[in-house]
Design a protein around this ligand. Sequence first.
Ligand SMILES: [Zn+2]
Length: 58
Amino acid sequence: MDCPQCGAADVIEIKHRLPDDSEVQFFSCHRCEEKWWDRSGDQLNLKEILELVRKARA
Ligand SMILES: [Zn+2]
């Protein structure tokens, strides 16, 4: 996975499980500090992830 922001290949990948039991991958770029999430091939930003967590807890 390359960073969509700067193209660096130096990207951290961490798996997360949301409260609704779906799995997402969290990516963080070393070079430009871009952060993003991926769920089943869909790229999500922080706002969308927080929305999913909020909905799952409601
Ligand atoms: Zn980057």
